[in-house]
Design a protein around this ligand. Structure first.
Ligand code: ADP
Length: 191
């Protein structure tokens, strides 16, 4: 199973990614988590990514693409994977198509979590109190939302046109959202 989990900042991608990946027995690959791990370890990649992340900007495509390519090449991702936070730009879509096509596989589904904007802001402000993520301040949250609308939302139409888009209501309890995602994906033929 090769899946993408999409949605605006605060939609609950990270939370749901783990459940969905476990359900299908594939690794959850979160670009945000990989970047954060590199930042905290002070690696060259982390040093490169940090200033973009702190400002709520996207890390340049060439940096992100190479990182994802390397991660997808690892053995555990051979049977499939769930991507959380990638692709986020049209250039990343093209790059991912190349990575998957090269191995003779295809993308099975793109799940978009929909959550209304008021709820998103509430969730992110709440997370800022509990998780202490450097990019969960009000200004940076606003910038991340703008960038999502400009650069990532257009990807929804790209995948809708391909007939692999699955829209799931991301409002309500975590368990209910998980159940909705499973219900929507369990009818999809696995490659
Ligand atoms: P969010 O809660 O905004 O969805 P993530 O944890 O997925 O946050 O990502 C945190 C930050 O990492 C982003 O704001 C961005 O700077 C960087 N990042 C993550 N994924 C990508 C990507 N695919 N392309 C560019 N930058 C990315």
């Amino acid at each position: 199973m090769r899946l993408i989990l999409m949605g605006p900042p605060g939609a609950g991608k990270g939370t749901q990614a783990r459940f969905v990946a476990d359900h299908f027995g594939v690794p959850a690959i979160s670009t945000g988590d990989i970047f954060r791990a590199n930042v905290s370890q002070g690696t060259p990649l982390g040093i490169k990514a940090k200033r973009y992340m702190d400002a709520g900007e996207y890390v340049p495509d060439e940096v992100t693409n190479l990182m994802v390519r390397n991660r997808i090449d690892e053995d555990d991702a051979a049977p499939g994977f769930l991507l959380d936070g990638y692709p986020r730009t049209l250039a990343q879509v093209t790059e991912l198509d190349g990575m998957i096509g090269y191995t003779g596989h295809r993308l099975d589904a793109v799940v978009v979590l929909t959550v209304d904007s008021e709820e998103l802001v509430q969730r992110l402000l709440q997370r800022s109190e509990t998780d202490g993520r450097a990019d969960d301040t009000e200004d940076v949250i606003r910038r991340r939302q703008e960038i999502y609308t400009e650069q990532t939302e257009p990807l929804i139409e790209v995948y809708r046109d391909r007939g692999i888009l699955v829209e799931v209501d991301g409002m309500g309890e975590v368990d209910d959202v998980t159940a909705r995602i499973f219900a929507a994906l369990d009818v999809i033929p696995q490659s």
